[in-house]
Design a protein around this ligand. Structure first.
Ligand SMILES: Nc1ncnc2c1ncn2[C@@H]1O[C@H](COP(=O)(O)OP(=O)(O)O)[C@@H](O)[C@H]1O
Ligand SMILES: [Mg+2]
Length: 298
């Protein structure tokens, strides 16, 4: 039934796969016993942030737009709220991160950079993809899929698409690698999750939610000369103009999307998991971004 609160997984200590990780305030893999049970990654949000609900809302938005994404559920572990994501690295497939892809395929790419990494551009990502998926059709498909992830980032204000937050899912078949672009994952740094409610309220009352969005710095660059990454929105504006072959189809997914679809997704977060102000800000942010992205449609 639409409108029902999202379920909450109660993660049991005996499900944890690496017990030494249990004390860490960060994340751990677990598996619920049962036939064909998949591994899941439980993630604690950083203190006083909404990273857990941001992960869930982002995954639901991706689902609504039919953008390939990791499944996320809200979860509780030892009274701590977090999110859990189902592993897509199954059946012999392993995740090969973006920095490994680009390190191997793009001459001079520094796969170890962690900070202000301006070689992590759309064009280098596309080059890495082209050289990995060597038939023209496979290359085109993977580039459109990547463009969809970049468009999703702009819609949800994800500022953390660095080169370890995308990748290729690959499998050794005995004589060659077969693979595809991995589902979109790690959307924790989106939707204004780091803001306190006073700040959210201020942005809302001053009508400055748009300026919050425009001032963000993303993890993907357009030009290697940029000191900091453009906002996810600004990146899509440029990419839509310069790489319309791939970004055009991605943006098409937004043509008929309306505010109501987004508010339904936000409303399903259980009542005490998100304050009314956080809901209002999250929705206002996505509505602003949606409008800006729809303006790019022909
Ligand atoms: N759904 C998933 N399936 C498989 N591997 C995943 C999944 N989600 C995350 N990972 C792996 O775990 C790592 C950490 O997860 P991520 O969500 O990026 O957490 P963090 O916020 O700490 O960066 C990722 O870089 C990736 O290697
Ligand atoms: Mg990550």
């Amino acid at each position: 039934m639409p409108g029902e609160p999202y379920p909450i997984i109660e993660v049991q200590p005996r499900w944890v796969l690496e017990p030494e990780a249990m004390g860490s305030k960060d994340k751990f893999w677990y598996r619920q016993p049962g036939a064909n049970a998949a591994d899941w990654l439980f993630k604690h949000p950083q203190a006083n942030t909404g990273q857990h609900w941001a992960e869930k809302i982002a995954a639901e938005v991706a689902a609504k737009l039919s953008i390939f994404h990791a499944v996320v559920e809200l979860a509780v572990f030892q009274n701590a709220r977090g999110s859990a994501t189902e592993s897509f690295a199954r059946d012999g497939r392993a995740l090969f991160h973006g920095n490994q892809v680009l390190g191997g395929k793009v001459l001079g790419y520094n796969a170890n950079a962690t900070f202000r990494h301006s070689s992590h551009t759309v064009m280098n990502i596309f080059l890495g993809i082209e050289r990995t998926f060597t038939t023209p059709e496979a290359g085109r498909k993977a580039k459109v899929r990547m463009a969809e992830y970049v468009m999703l980032d702009a819609l949800i204000g994800n500022t953390d698409r660095h080169h370890e937050n995308w990748g290729i899912l690959r499998k050794w078949t005995g004589d060659h690698w077969s693979g595809s672009l991995a589902p979109s994952f790690d959307h924790a740094s989106s939707l204004g999750r780091e803001l306190r409610d006073e700040k959210r309220l201020q942005f809302l009352t001053d009508n400055r939610v748009g300026s919050y969005s425009e001032k963000g710095h993303g993890g993907i660059y357009w030009s290697q000369d940029e000191k900091r990454g453009p906002s996810p929105l600004a990146l899509v504006r440029t990419a839509a103009r310069e790489q319309g072959e791939f970004f055009g189809p991605a943006l098409e997914k937004l043509r008929t999307v309306e505010r109501g679809v987004l508010s339904e997704i936000v409303d399903r977060v259980p009542a005490d998991w998100m304050t009314p102000v956080a809901r209002q800000f999250t929705l206002a942010l996505m509505c602003y971004n949606l409008q800006q992205l729809q303006n790019l449609l022909p």
